[in-house]
Design a protein around this ligand. Structure first.
Ligand code: 4GX
Length: 248
């Protein structure tokens, strides 16, 4: 899988590629990731990448020529990669999209700064506009790193051990159950007995149940677009019954 990030701040991207999981994935040959400096594709002695907007107004717009050449260079590195423009106007990024992107062979990220990029770039040289959330950042770089991180951890061989179930936990549409490690008592709080019981069937049942209830309490919106298994329906009706009993 190839990632190419087009930015005027490659120094924001490089440390991210050189540490942690990203570094591991590069070392294992699972991904090839690099940042290209849009300024390297700009003209003149000042190598300007932005200009004043036609029609007036405050702020600057990224010039089309340097961007167009940078996208051309990225497409030579990763000819079949999807070209993504990071913008609050894009399709909202989520775990399903992370899975979708992890099945492609490459992604090119176009990181705008200022008020954005010339509209003719958006129309002609971009396959998809993506947003990481409803807030405004100063550039697309953090958004590109968020997406690279979420996609890379899904690639086979990146995270060790019995991780495939964990990787799927969000695509299962539920939040994770609680986690505990030693010591068994911390700050006067102990670990739930079931986790100390050694009964693996019971532990797995507890994890599935608390995962469902937690999702209902913290993020009920996640349950709206999801159907329930027989066991899950049983868990929810059982909680309902106990609440009704309590309320009287
Ligand atoms: N999810 N920003 C992009 C400049 C810009 C505007 C329009 C292209 C078109 C963001 C987000 C985000 C701020 C990145 C504005 N570039 N990106 N930038 N939310 O806020 O992805």
């Amino acid at each position: 899988m190839k990632f190419v990030v087009l930015t005027i701040f490659p120094e924001m991207i490089n440390p991210f590629l050189e540490n942690g999981m990203l570094r591991l994935a590069v070392e294992r040959g699972l991904i090839d990731a690099r940042a290209l400096n849009i300024r390297d594709y700009a003209d003149g002695k000042h190598k300007e990448t932005d200009d004043k907007p036609y029609g007036g107004g405050c702020g600057m717009v990224m010039k089309p020529e340097p961007l167009s050449r940078a996208i051309g260079a990225a497409s030579e590195i990763a000819p079949t990669a999807k070209r993504i423009l990071l913008t609050p106007q894009g399709r909202p990024f989520d775990q399903a999209m992370a899975h979708e992107f992890s099945a492609t062979d490459g992604l090119i990220f176009i990181c705008g700064r200022y008020e954005g990029v010339d509209e003719r770039i958006c129309q002609g040289m971009v396959d998809e506009e993506v947003s990481i959330g409803d807030y405004v950042m100063t550039g697309g770089e953090l958004a590109a790193m968020v997406i690279i991180d979420a996609v890379t951890r899904l690639l086979p061989g990146v995270l060790g051990g019995d991780e495939s179930a964990e990787k799927d936990s969000f695509s299962g549409g539920l939040l994770e159950h609680a986690h505990y490690t030693r010591p068994s008592i911390f700050g006067g709080e102990s670990v739930p007995d079931v986790l100390m019981s050694g009964n693996h069937a019971k532990i797995e049942r507890w994890r599935r149940e608390t995962s469902l209830i937690r999702t209902f309490l913290k993020r009920p919106d996640l349950l709206e677009q999801r159907s329930f298994s027989r066991e899950e329906k049983h868990v929810l009706t059982e909680w309902c019954r106990r609440i009704e009993e309590l309320v009287g």
